[in-house]
Design a protein around this ligand. Structure first.
Ligand code: 5RP
Length: 266
């Protein structure tokens, strides 16, 4: 691994504890102006400094994030589909490696859709991206997406997806939490982070999800909706940080959340 690639990886996964709180705000690339992300700047600004990295598309980065931010950027570089189109899985590479470098990204992210008719296409896209990333010192985060057509999220399926992503060279894999999650991590030789998924009924459930994932081997979260769809996103991201970086129990983190939530946003 080149020095540049290692250095960029260290800006995603914090060397002090080997953990990360990635903030995902890339949802608009297929969902459009989804709830609480209608005005990305308004959503991102209050919580940006508490994120170890920000994951988003080049369009939202350029238009909604000031260039003097200290938060490292992971750029989503796959897409080309929409929630109303024939298949979410039919993704291509949308953004060049040159653009990622120009935007000073510390990593690029691409979804793979294992088990769909587009698995070959998206897996070969991952391979190409990794080859380019290795050439230039840019880490690649593979997202094991499930799309509309794939409801299966058990350990057997997710372990298959994560392992394939790692075999093709991904430097980090993002997947979903599931029962027997430790089996997913055990079969994947690169660090695993979890997505939060759709907004859960309450913040304690989302903190339990993060804590369970960490306990079973995840190095952190790449979480979106369970942070910024909370009525108290600033309190929620701090509570998630407590779980990830301080090994707080969900209950301890929830107490922190409750004590901080007196300052609602929006
Ligand atoms: C979509 C993504 C999203 O960034 C991801 O799902 C994370 O956000 P959330 O915690 O809201 O699920 O990668 O493929």
């Amino acid at each position: 691994m080149s020095w540049g690639l290692k250095n960029r990886l260290a800006r995603i996964i914090k060397p002090a504890d080997g953990r990360t709180v990635m903030l995902a705000v890339d949802h608009g690339y297929f969902l459009g102006p989804t709830s609480r992300l209608e005005d990305p700047r308004k959503t991102i600004e209050p919580i940006l400094n508490d994120a170890d990295t920000l994951m988003l598309t080049r369009g939202v980065l350029r238009n909604c994030v000031d260039a003097d931010t200290a938060t490292p950027i992971v750029l989503r570089v796959s897409g080309g589909t929409s929630i109303i189109g024939p298949s979410l899985a039919d993704e291509g590479i949308t953004t060049s490696m040159r653009e990622a470098v120009r935007l000073n990204a510390v990593g690029v992210a691409l979804s793979i859709f294992v088990g769909t008719q587009y698995e070959r296409q998206t897996l070969l896209n991952l391979s190409k991206l990794v080859s380019k990333g290795e050439g230039i010192g840019m880490p690649v985060l593979a997202v094991t997406a499930v799309g509309k057509e794939l409801k299966k999220r058990d350990a057997r399926y997710l372990a298959l997806c994560c392992r394939i992503a790692a075999e093709l060279g991904a430097h980090i894999v993002k997947t979903y939490y599931c029962e027997d999650f430790e089996k997913v991590v055990a079969g994947c030789p690169v660090p695993v982070v979890i997505a939060g998924g759709p907004k859960l009924d309450n913040e304690l459930d989302a903190l339990k999800l993060a804590a369970d994932a960490i306990k079973r081997g995840a190095v952190g979260v790449d979480m979106g909706r369970n942070i910024w769809q909370s009525d108290y996103p600033m309190a929620m991201i701090k509570a998630v940080r407590a779980v990830v970086h301080q090994n707080a129990t969900p209950e301890e983190a929830y107490d922190l959340f409750a004590s901080l939530k007196s300052e609602p946003v929006g």
